[in-house]
Design a protein around this ligand. Structure first.
Ligand code: LLP
Length: 419
């Protein structure tokens, strides 16, 4: 559910015709709907009301400070995976006490920063990391709160690049070895065991993998209890899918309903780490048709947004709806919608049927709020797009378009090349 819709054939973001945003800021342009964003967050809150819970928004999905602030104001915590994300989350006013920190490659500096800031807990992904966190904590005379991220070996039935909870994935500790690592953690003076973490993948459209994974994690919690290790936080990760095309992902309500029977009579605080399902359908990418051409084999619509702006189609073969900013009566064609980058992999859609757009018209790439801007790059020396947030009939620039100077900021020319 989102607030991008046509009124009299014109695409609107909430109460603003997106054409007006294009006139103000140009293209390519990311546009976010505040109402959609907050609605999705509140849907989680509402769904898990019956349990003590913290929603730790996965910053990697979209790290813009205005998005983070919007969520912080509703009580969101953050799931971070780098010192950079930690910095952004704190800067946006998210309480350190609601920040969890995952990722297989935390550096000493990142660990020390997170301890000093007083995060809720580290989601620890290996034995060496556990030992290192203990050492870093000792060196600054602190105790680091931890959960172990366990890999429950569950197939989330999603794209292989975004599955994380299978034996062959690099994430977490094999669940069958977890007890032994918790015992080790108990020996370490500068760590404090607070929880268990699991996250099995992303864009999951079934309930069953969540239930299966939780069952395994609860068995672990039971065996830890028998061992005298009490778990307070159960971090069940993120991963709930969204509708890009014709998927029918479960609502957070349905997820909560399926998990209730497993969690009742237990007094865990549940942590959730949704990213995509909060921000994915709250954003679109607006782009201009630069040229159209007929190749020998197929037609091409060449637009001003490329794989550097939205890399999901080329990286995962991901589908995004692409619709005209102004609806017109046109015959339908089948075309590849491609960007200006010098790679055949630079496409937003392949063999897509759509009403034939003409040069200088605008298109909207839907569901681009998550893993859109956050995965963008400057490849081909393309300044990254501006970002705008719409709230009712007002709009706000939340990141200015990069300039050509931005492209070379930070570069240093060696003396011998200066003249
Ligand atoms: N927690 C952890 C530990 C994660 O690794 C992730 C995502 C999340 C939470 C949030 O998952 P979500 O609710 O957004 O599914 N770039 C890919 C998605 C990569 C997801 C990585 N981890 C894409 O564009 O599909």
């Amino acid at each position: 559910m989102h607030y991008f819709k046509y009124i009299d054939g014109e695409l609107y973001a909430e109460g603003v015709p997106v054409k007006r945003l294009i006139e103000a800021y140009g293209t390519p342009l990311f546009v976010y709907s505040y109402k959609t964003l907050t609605r999705h967050f509140n849907a989680y809150h509402e769904a898990f009301r019956r349990f003590p819970h913290i929603i730790c928004y996965a910053v990697k999905a979209n790290a813009n400070g205005a998005i983070l602030r919007s969520l912080a104001a509703l009580g969101s915590g953050a799931d971070v995976v780098s010192g950079g994300e930690l910095y952004r989350a704190l800067k946006a006013g998210i309480s350190a006490r609601k920040i969890v920190y995952a990722g297989v490659g935390k550096t000493d500096e990142e660990i020390a920063l997170a301890i000093k800031k007083g995060i809720l807990m580290f989601n620890v992904e290996s034995e060496q990391e556990l030992v290192r966190i203990n050492e870093v904590a000792e060196s600054i005379s602190k105790r680091a709160p931890i959960a172990l991220r366990v890999n429950p070996d569950i197939d989330p039935e999603t794209h292989p690049y975004i599955s994380t909870g299978l034996k062959k994935n690099k994430f977490g500790i094999p669940i069958e070895d977890a007890l032994q690592y918790y015992r080790l953690a108990r020996q370490l003076k500068n760590v404090q065991i607070l929880g268990i973490h699991k996250h099995i993948g992303s864009q999951i459209t079934q309930i069953k993998p969540f239930v299966d994974a939780l069952e395994r994690v609860l068995l672990l919690a039971d065996s830890l209890k028998r061992d005298g290790i009490d778990i307070r936080y159960l971090d069940i990760g993120g991963g709930l899918g969204i509708r890009y095309n014709d998927e029918t992902p479960p609502h957070p309500k349905e997820l909560a309903k399926a998990l209730f029977p497993l969690l009742s009579n237990r007094d865990f605080t549940i942590i959730l780490e949704p990213g995509r399902s909060i921000v994915g359908n709250a954003g679109v990418l607006l782009t201009k048709v630069l040229y159209t051409k007929k190749g020998a084999d197929r037609e091409f619509i060449i637009v001003d947004a490329g794989m550097n702006d939205l890399m999901r189609p080329t990286l995962y073969g991901a589908y995004h709806h692409i619709i005209p900013v102004k609806k017109r009566k046109r015959k339908k064609i089948v075309a590849d919608i491609v960007g200006p980058i010098c790679e055949s992999g630079d496409f937003l859609a392949k063999e897509r049927q759509l009403p034939a757009p003409r040069q200088h018209e605008y298109l909207a790439v839907m569901s681009a709020g998550a893993y859109g801007f956050s995965m963008s790059s400057n490849y081909n020396s393309r300044p990254r797009p501006a970002e705008v947030m719409v709230r009712n009939d007002k709009y706000y620039l939340i990141r200015r378009r990069e300039t050509l100077q931005d492209l070379i900021r930070g570069e240093v020319i060696p003396e011998f090349l200066r003249k």
